[in-house]
Design a protein around this ligand. Structure first.
Ligand code: FAD
Ligand code: SF4
Ligand code: SF4
Length: 448
C-alpha cells in the first residue's frame, strides 16, 4: 500500500517591483540566508531566483515594499486550492525557524549576578533581584542569584531573603578579587551548563566589564544601562533605555540569541522588600580556573573612597543639585549649606561639572550618576533630558528656576519660580527655624 504524498505549499521566489527600490543600503541582501542577492551599482538588488528558497526575509525587511513573492500559474492554482480548503496541502515548516524555536526553548530561567566586595553585596544587585523576581514570575521560571567569590556561601541566604529562589555558588580562591578572565570563564561555563534565558548585572564598573566580556564569548546581545525591563508575549526580554543622546527611549529585543543580557544602573530599580528566613535551593559549582592560568594578578586593593571626594551621590537620600544657574564654583557653598541642614549631599548638572565648578563624581544624569533620593532639589538646572534620566525617579523633586518655562518644571513635585540666590537662603533660614522650634519643643517636653 502506498501512502498519498501531500503536495507542499509553494513558497515562490523573491522579485523586485520596478521603480520601488529606494536603495536603502542593501537590507534585503544582508537578510538573505542563502546569499542569492547581489547589489547592482544603482543600489538595487539582483536576485538569483534559481537559488531563492522563498523564505520572504528580504520582503519583510524592505522599508519600501519593493520586493514581492512571485508564483508560477501552477503554484498559484495550488495556493488557491489551499485557500478554498480543497485538498490537503502541507505547509512546509521553515527549517531555520524550527531550529531557532528549538534553541530558544532550551534556555530557561532568570539570573542575577551578585556583585560583592569582601563578602558585602552591592546594593544594585539586590535591586536587580527584585526586578529579576518579577521577570521570573512573568516567565514562570525560578530566579537564580549567581555568586562568585571566596568565602561567600553566606550570601545565598541573603539572596533568598531578597527574593531569589536559587543560588548558584562558585566559591574559590581564584574568585577572591574580581578579574575579567576567571569571572568570564566561570560565567560562560555556567551559561553552557544551565542555559538561562535572561542574565542581569549592575551597570557598575565590574558589571559593565563582565557583561560585555561574557556576551562577546557566548555570542549574544547585551543592552547596557537599561531603565526598564519587561517580558513580551513571546518570552523575549524588552530592554528599554535612552537612545540618541537621551532624546528617545528605545526598547531593544534580542529575539534570536540566548541568553538575553542587560545591565541596569544603581538606583534605577527599587529595592525589594526583605523577607528574612526565606529559603531556596543552593547549587554549589566547582568550576575554577587555575591561578597560574590567569594573566592578571591583584597585588593590592586600594580603596578609592579614601580619596578627597568621599561623597556617594548615588546613595544619598537628599540631594541638592546645582547647574549653570549657580554662576561660579564659590556659589556651590550655598548649596552645601542647604544640604548640610537637610543631611544631604551636593550634586550637579553636567554644565556645572564641565565648567569645573564641581567634580564629575557629583554629576547626575545620563553620563553621570543615576540617583533615586527621597528629596532632589534642582537649583538653576534647566531640566535637559540627559539630566532628567538620572533623577526623575526621585521621590520628591523640588525645582528652583527663574525661568517659568524651564523643562524641569514638567517633572517636579514642587516648583519655585524665582532667583535661587534668594530662594535657597530663604529655605536654609526656614529649615533652621523649623529645627530650632523642634528643639525648643523637645526642651519644653523634657522640662514638663
Ligand atoms: C550625550 C550627552 C550626555 C549628557 N549627559 C548629561 C548628564 O549626565 N547630566 C547633565 O546634567 N547633563 C548632561 N548633558 C547635558 C545636557 O544636555 C544639558 O546641557 C545640561 O544638563 C544643562 O545643564 P544646566 O541645566 O545646568 O544648564 P542650562 O541648561 O544652561 O540651564 C541653566 C538654568 O539655570 C536657570 N537659572 C539661571 N540663573 C538662575 C538663577 N539665578 N536662579 C534660578 N535659576 C537660574 C536658567 O533659567 C536655566 O534654566 C548631556 C548632554 C549630552 C549631549
Ligand atoms: S526570499 Fe529569502 S531566499 Fe529569496 S531572495 Fe529573499 S531572502 Fe533570499
Ligand atoms: S531592502 Fe528594499 S529598498 Fe533596500 S535595497 Fe533591497 S529592495 Fe531596495
Amino acid at each position: 500500500m502506498t501512502e498519498d504524498k501531500k503536495p507542499k505549499k509553494p513558497r515562490g521566489v523573491a522579485r523586485l517591483l520596478a521603480g520601488k527600490c529606494i536603495a536603502c543600503g542593501a537590507r534585503c541582501q544582508s537578510s538573505c540566508p542563502v546569499n542569492c542577492i547581489e547589489m547592482a551599482d544603482s543600489g538595487e538588488p539582483l536576485i538569483a531566483v534559481s537559488k531563492c528558497i522563498g523564505c520572504r526575509k528580504c520582503e519583510k525587511v524592505c522599508p519600501a515594499a519593493a520586493l514581492e513573492m512571485f508564483f508560477t500559474p501552477e503554484e498559484l492554482k495550488l495556493l488557491a486550492a489551499l485557500q478554498s480548503g480543497a485538498g490537503a496541502v502541507e505547509d512546509e515548516p521553515d527549517p531555520e525557524e524550527m531550529q531557532l524555536r528549538e534553541m530558544l526553548a532550551g534556555y530557561r530561567g532568570v539570573w542575577v549576578v551578585l556583585e560583592q566586595y569582601a563578602g558585602a553585596v552591592a546594593k544594585v544587585s539586590w535591586e536587580l533581584i527584585g526586578t529579576g523576581a518579577e521577570l521570573a514570575c512573568q516567565l514562570g521560571v525560578p530566579l537564580s542569584a549567581v555568586i562568585l567569590g571566596k568565602d561567600i556561601h553566606h550570601l545565598a541566604g541573603e539572596a533568598f531573603a531578597h527574593g531569589a529562589d536559587r543560588a548558584i555558588v562558585l566559591d574559590a580562591a581564584v574568585y577572591n578579587n574580581y578579574r575579567t578572565q576567571p569571572y568570564t570563564d566561570a560565567m560562560c561555563h555556567l551559561i553552557a551548563k544551565h542555559k538561562p534565558e535572561v542574565i542581569l548585572m549592575g551597570a557598575t564598573a565590574q558589571g559593565r566589564d563582565l557583561a560585555g566580556a561574557v556576551a562577546t564569548v557566548v555570542k549574544t546581545g547585551l543592552t547596557a544601562d537599561c531603565t526598564g525591563l519587561g517580558i513580551d508575549d513571546k518570552r523575549n526580554l524588552m530592554q528599554t533605555r535612552p537612545a540618541f543622546g537621551g532624546n528617545i527611549m528605545a526598547t531593544i529585543m534580542c529575539d534570536k540569541y540566548r541568553p538575553q543580557m542587560a545591565t541596569v544602573r544603581p538606583h534605577v530599580m527599587p529595592m525589594p522588600t526583605l523577607q528574612p528566613g526565606r529559603s531556596g535551593e543552593i547549587v554549589r559549582e566547582s568550576f575554577a580556573p587555575k591561578e597560574e592560568d590567569v594573566l592578571v594578578k591583584v597585588l593590592e586593593v586600594i580603596n578609592d573612597r579614601d580619596g578627597k571626594d568621599q561623597v556617594d551621590v548615588a546613595a544619598a537620600e537628599v540631594i541638592v543639585s546645582g547647574g549653570r544657574g549657580l554662576m561660579n564654583k564659590e556659589n556651590f557653598s550655598l548649596l552645601q549649606e542647604l544640604a548640610d541642614e537637610l543631611g544631604g549631599v551636593v550634586g550637579a548638572s553636567r554644565s556645572a561639572v564641565d565648567a569645573g565648578w564641581i567634580s564629575h563624581s557629583r554629576q547626575v544624569g545620563q553620563t553621570g550618576k543615576t540617583v533615586r533620593p527621597r528629596i532632589y532639589i534642582a537649583c538653576g538646572i534647566s531640566g535637559a533630558i540627559q539630566h532628567l534620566v538620572g533623577m526623575q525617579d526621585s521621590d520628591v523633586i523640588i525645582a528652583i528656576n527663574r525661568d517659568p518655562e524651564a523643562p524641569i518644571f514638567q517633572v517636579c513635585t514642587y516648583g519655585i519660580v524665582g532667583d535661587l540666590f534668594q530662594v535657597v537662603p530663604a529655605l536654609i533660614r526656614r529649615v533652621r527655624e523649623h529645627k530650632a522650634a523642634g528643639a525648643q519643643c523637645e526642651t519644653a517636653k523634657s522640662a514638663a
